[in-house]
Design a protein around this ligand. Structure first.
Ligand code: ADP
Ligand code: MG
Length: 446
């Protein structure tokens, strides 16, 4: 594999962006950017001013990520920050480390992210099994679960665990080979074209541990599957360790040859679930520490409640908050955090909401009786609960004002409109209300 420099990657991305956006936009916002470093799946890019950073994050981010993906042919995360050349300001190393394991001789290996170690992996109930299994195979390759097949949705730590195994192998002097499925595929195709199939064979078979990331991409590629099948068999027969990650479980890889699918489940299939609230808090605490960002518990809880399904987004949220606090040159408060996460906070909740469940959860949250919400009491906490119920029924459950009025004790629709407006006008300046809304919606949606 040829080694690409961050600046080359970014130049290619910029070249493509130049074709997509109007000239003045490109000149104003993109021309002054630079890439400072990159690892397999994260490109660190600087913007010249906080204002440019803010603008790029708000207006261009999805386009930038999509373009980087298009240019590289696989998905990468782009982290934007303020600065001119030099290492990223968030404490990450300027260049990813090279693995120092025995197999790093010869052709240059795929780079490993030096942050992706076991010690930096926060463990909770959602990922305990894959973590334990990964540690076991790293310490005793070929002797416990073989193969180890780890699957999960995006951004939940598969690549992190795979690199962690590689780091452990490197420090134990065990030879390993790490490749993404795309690399494996490209090298295989290249070896046919260049008549170097022997080299390809030995590259992937002369190793104690073979780590292939995102094996789902082998789905539907018959020849590559065939090559992988033989590689797998030879390694497995020799008690060499194979570890695979995938965004789907083996049975969901629909165009996978049956003989491969059956082998993928020979050892252990372990999945990583989205982290629970407690684990999300622990991850945030750790990441904030790594960024040397001191965060109030309250802010952390707000972020952990909003970002629920993806650890990468959890990290991204921290970076956004950090960027915004730099922009405002002020402390990180819950209101700043909610501003940074505005688009996530006010997303309409997907799926159907049962109106009775809304009333019930609102009442439970404010510790009032459900029938009080349809009653006439104007006590302050009951009135607030009633307004919140109206707001959620309107905005999230999508009910009509008249139906909401009827549900809440036969109130006029103008009363409902006023209640919803009251909540709407307070949201931006009342962090407690934001937290209440999130907690209630979370409870309703399970
Ligand atoms: P995947 O390969 O499943 O898409 P990654 O391994 O790339 O996910 O993880 C995304 C980001 O989240 C990485 O920066 C990784 O370090 C981080 N991450 C995921 N899970 C954890 C965890 N349990 N503890 C700490 N960081 C985590
Ligand atoms: Mg990954």
């Amino acid at each position: 594999m040829t080694e690409l420099r961050a600046s080359e990657v970014w130049r290619a991305v910029l070249g493509d962006l130049q074709l997509q956006v109007p000239r003045p936009v490109y000149d104003t916002w993109l021309r002054g950017t630079a890439a400072v470093s990159w690892t397999d799946d994260v490109l660190y890019v600087t913007a010249p001013t906080p204002f440019a950073l803010e603008w790029l994050e708000r207006r261009m981010y999805p386009t930038i990520v999509a373009t980087a993906r298009k240019v590289l042919g696989y998905s990468v995360d782009v982290r934007l920050q303020v600065g001119r050349d030099g290492p990223p300001a968030d404490g990450r190393p300027a260049e990813p480390s090279e693995p120092t394991g025995p197999s790093s001789s010869g052709a240059r290996l795929h780079v490993l992210n030096s942050n992706y170690t076991f010690s930096r992996f926060v463990v909770g109930t959602s990922n305990r099994l894959p973590d334990t299994a990964a540690r076991a195979v790293a310490e005793a390759p070929g002797q416990t679960y073989n193969p180890l097949f780890i699957h999960s949705g995006v951004g939940l730590g598969k690549t992190h665990l795979l690199h962690a195994i590689a780091h452990t192998c490197a420090s134990n002097g065990v030879s390993f080979r790490y490749a993404t499925c795309e690399q494996f595929t490209n090298e295989f195709i290249g070896s046919i074209r260049n008549r170097t199939t022997e080299e390809f064979r030995s590259k992937y078979r002369d190793t104690q541990v073979l780590l292939i990331d995102d094996i789902q991409f082998i789905d539907g590629k018959e020849q590559t599957q065939d090559a992988f099948f033989h590689t797998f068999n030879e390694l497995h027969n020799a008690n060499r360790q194979v570890v695979l990650t995938s965004d789907k479980p083996p049975k969901a890889l629909s165009s996978l040859e049956a003989r491969l699918r059956s082998r993928f489940v020979w050892g252990l299939v372990a999945d990583i679930q989205p982290p629970d609230l407690e684990t999300r808090m622990a991850i945030l605490r750790r990441k904030a520490g790594e960024l040397r960002l001191s965060l109030e518990e309250e802010v952390m809880e707000l972020v952990a409640r909003v970002v629920r399904h993806n650890v990468r987004e959890l990290e991204g949220s921290l970076n956004r908050i950090l960027a915004l606090s730099r922009l405002h040159n002020g402390p990180v408060t819950t209101s700043l955090a909610s501003q940074a996460l505005a688009d996530l906070l006010y997303q309409p909740s997907p799926g159907h909401m049962d109106p009775d469940a809304v009333v019930e959860e609102v009442a439970r949250h404010y510790r009032v009786a459900a029938q009080d919400l349809s009653g006439t009491t104007r006590r302050k906490n009951i009135a607030r609960a009633r307004h919140v119920a109206m707001y959620i029924l309107r905005r999230d459950a999508g009910m009509k004002d008249t139906d909401i009025g009827r549900l809440l004790g036969g109130r006029a629709h103008s009363t409902v409109i006023a209640g919803v407006a009251k909540v709407e006008s307070s949201i931006g300046k009342d962090p407690q209300l934001q937290k209440d809304l999130l907690a209630i919606k979370e409870a309703i949606l399970g």
